[in-house]
Design a protein around this ligand. Structure first.
Ligand SMILES: *Cc1c(COP(=O)(O)O)cnc(C)c1O
Length: 221
């Protein structure tokens, strides 16, 4: 199958309330174009500098989500490119985004990234610290918390991810029920190529898929 067919198949199979973010790291402009022509509406970038290169060419056709870790020294640029930042995991980062958005007269929707499996090398806030972080940043008027994002463990049986998706969903529901000012718990971004079906079963309404769309050798078993 070609990129176009793969994207269309995924879009057709996703439940109506689930949005596809096409994860495009390492992919060429031509590959990304094919995905967009097939109907992809949201492009997920890991690096600000990668987005910068193609955003000029493809802007207007799609919206842009940052799904990779964001360093504070890249925030200034990031807020001019992205429509959503999915990877906010510290007060310091949130504060910088707020500051830069205020200067640009922008309001940035963000997701809080949770390190749901508490993996040392990964970014994301630990589950037990999430609620405090959300409360602490709710006062920043130029950003709006709109939900949570998590990766879950990357390797092994995708079923291994399920408990982490469940945990993230529980935190999501808890925060939603707090009805905090300036917080709108709407999006739960969980699941990648090997785990997105499980993530949807556990409540994801944004899935981030790359390999299954772009990798010719990937077969859906
Ligand atoms: C690469 C990436 C994905 C997509 O992973 P695949 O296994 O290629 O589908 C999703 N989310 C993030 C944050 C990524 O870096």
């Amino acid at each position: 199958m070609f990129i176009r067919q793969r994207v269309q198949k995924i879009l057709n199979e996703l439940p109506y309330n689930v949005e596809l973010v096409v994860a495009v790291k390492t992919r060429s402009l031509d590959e990304i174009r094919q995905a967009i022509e097939a109907g992809a509406k949201i492009i997920g970038q890991n690096y600000v500098q990668d987005a910068e290169k193609i955003y000029q060419v493809l802007d207007n056709q799609v919206t842009w989500h940052l799904i990779g870790h964001l360093q504070t020294n890249k925030v200034k640029k990031a807020v001019t490119i992205f429509d959503m930042i999915q990877t906010v995991d510290s007060f310091r980062l949130a504060k910088e985004i707020h500051k830069r958005c205020e200067q640009n007269n922008k309001n940035m929707p963000i997701l809080i990234e949770i390190n749901s499996a508490r993996e040392k090398q990964k970014s994301g806030v630990f589950p037990e610290k999430t609620i405090k972080l959300v409360k602490d940043i709710s006062g920043f008027k130029s950003i709006k918390v709109m939900g949570l994002m998590t990766m879950g463990p990357r390797t092994g049986d995708p079923e291994n991810s399920r408990p982490y998706f469940i945990k993230t969903r529980k935190i999501f529901d808890y925060i939603k029920n707090l009805n905090l000012d300036n917080i709108e718990m709407k999006y739960l971004s969980m699941g990648m190529t090997n785990s997105y079906k499980i993530a949807i079963e556990e409540g994801a309404n944004i899935v981030r898929i790359g390999t299954k769309i772009f990798d010719k050798n990937w077969e859906d078993l």
